[in-house]
Design a protein around this ligand. Structure first.
Ligand code: ATP
Length: 418
């Protein structure tokens, strides 16, 4: 089935609002074994919408439209579609009754413009909207387009979701194939280009899967899609075998989830000290429900004095070694561990930019991570790309991943860097 989505609203073309409706609908379609072959955002311009309606009717069997069903002058989705099908508008008694009831329940009198919401194109079916005033509209086999389904839903996400579940999804159930499955793999400290290179052979061997590498912030994701669950299982087994140590997580969540699960399993606790990431490391950890079982606390120590007084960095060390240095980062990890009485102390320093650090050898993107734990201490350094926000977010991921590599059972504990 060729399905397309049209999201109507000028605000969706600006920075004011992101079209989340189509993303949500794509997820629901996936559950039914269906997918969009196209989606478009169009502003509140009648001519643009009308042209798009005609194009969509030519290329799609199901058209899901959201937005522009409201009472104001810039809401005309229903009217434009009615023009396309040459259908006059007529007042729908049930829609009028629910409109009056909706306003009465809020002690309001509907304004004249509200009544246009009770006008429905002749030949269309009304989809009730118990959560708002704009009813949905449905055409099955509209004039000149047999076999086509056109659905107009409100733009308000909550209203659209209810209408989808109660009126639209049942029409599409059974029309899809086997649901598309997605294998999601998260990499906390493997750059996108390296991952692309390292998975080249693997992706070719499993060429029947759709592969995507998402180089997002704060981590990199490798996605494989297929309708065949056995093909996904086979790909996962090969990924484990070839990328095991680098693979931070399979399925939902991020590196922080894996770190916390490992700590819970080991019955160990964590404390952090961070400068460059400005609290993001602690925020990432505490974003996971249940983190209080293993996370004791974090120190955000930005200036040298804070590093000394709060994290116990030896006086003068920042001056002699530079604040972005191995010895200072290690002293921070040690300090966090000792001051908070944790099994593990994790620390990050670096330069997130945009200005170069003239006092030390720390170009923009430099990130140092140190770990102090029951089996010893270790540190590592690397250069991160991106702007300030990206460097900070990626720095937190690299730090978490450094810890994960030492906690995860697939990594030889006590060996390597420690
Ligand atoms: P209503 O009559 O209930 O306002 P409507 O169909 O006229 O519904 P719009 O006026 O287009 O809907 O949008 C209402 C709200 O929903 C706005 O805040 C808008 O930004 C939001 N919205 C509309 N379309 C989308 C979308 N595709 N994704 C996310 N939010 C959306």
């Amino acid at each position: 089935v060729r399905i397309e989505c049209i999201a109507v609203g000028t605000e969706l073309l600006t920075t004011q609002r992101v079209d989340t409706n189509s993303v949500w609908l794509a997820e629901r379609l996936g559950e039914l074994g269906l997918e969009f072959h196209r989606k478009t955002v169009v502003g509140d311009q009648r001519a643009d919408l009308k042209a798009l309606c005609a194009e969509a009717l030519d290329r799609s069997e199901v058209i899901l439209c959201t937005g522009g069903l409201g009472p104001t002058f810039d809401d005309f989705t229903k009217e434009v579609w009615a023009e396309v099908f040459d259908a006059p508008m007529a007042e729908d008694p049930a829609s009028l009754a629910s409109l009056l009831a909706f306003h009465a329940s809020r002690g309001r009198t509907p304004s004249p413009s509200n009544f246009k919401q009770a006008l429905i194109p002749v030949g269309a079916v009304v989809l009730p909207n118990p959560h708002g005033t704009a009813p949905g509209v449905l055409w099955r086999d509209p004039p000149g387009h047999p076999g086509t389904l056109v659905v107009l839903m409100p733009g308000v996400p909550r209203e659209m979701k209810h209408m989808w579940a109660s009126s639209v999804a049942p029409l599409l159930e059974g029309r899809g194939g086997r649901p598309m499955g997605t294998l999601r793999m998260v990499f906390g400290s493997t750059p996108e280009s390296l991952l692309a290179e390292r998975t080249q052979g693997l992706r070719a061997r499993h060429g029947d899967l759709e592969w995507t590498i998402l180089a997002g912030v704060p981590h990199v994701e490798l996605l494989a899609r297929s309708r065949d669950p056995r093909a996904l299982e086979a790909a996962l087994a090969d990924c484990w075998a070839e990328l095991g140590e680098d693979l931070a997580r399979v399925g939902a969540g991020g590196v922080e989830d894996t770190v916390l699960e490992c700590l819970v399993r080991r019955g160990e606790t964590l404390a952090v000290a961070e400068s460059m990431t400005g609290g993001q490391l602690a925020a990432r950890i505490t974003s996971v429900a249940g983190s209080s079982r293993v996370f004791l606390g974090g120190l955000t120590v930005y200036c040298a004095a804070a590093k000394e007084t709060l994290a116990g960095v030896p006086p003068g060390l920042c001056a002699s070694e530079g604040t972005v240095s191995g010895p200072v980062t290690l002293a921070l990890a040690r300090g966090a561990r000792e001051r908070l009485g944790a099994h593990w102390g994790l620390a990050v320093t670096g330069n997130a930019g945009p200005t170069e650090d003239r006092e030390g050898p720390a170009p923009v993107g430099t990130c140092l991570v140190a770990l102090a734990g029951p089996e010893g201490e270790g540190s590592t350094s690397f250069r991160l790309g991106g702007d300030r926000a990206e460097i900070q977010a990626r720095g937190a991921s690299w730090a978490l991943d450094f810890l994960r590599r030492h906690l995860s059972p697939s990594f030889p504990e006590g060996g390597g860097m420690l």
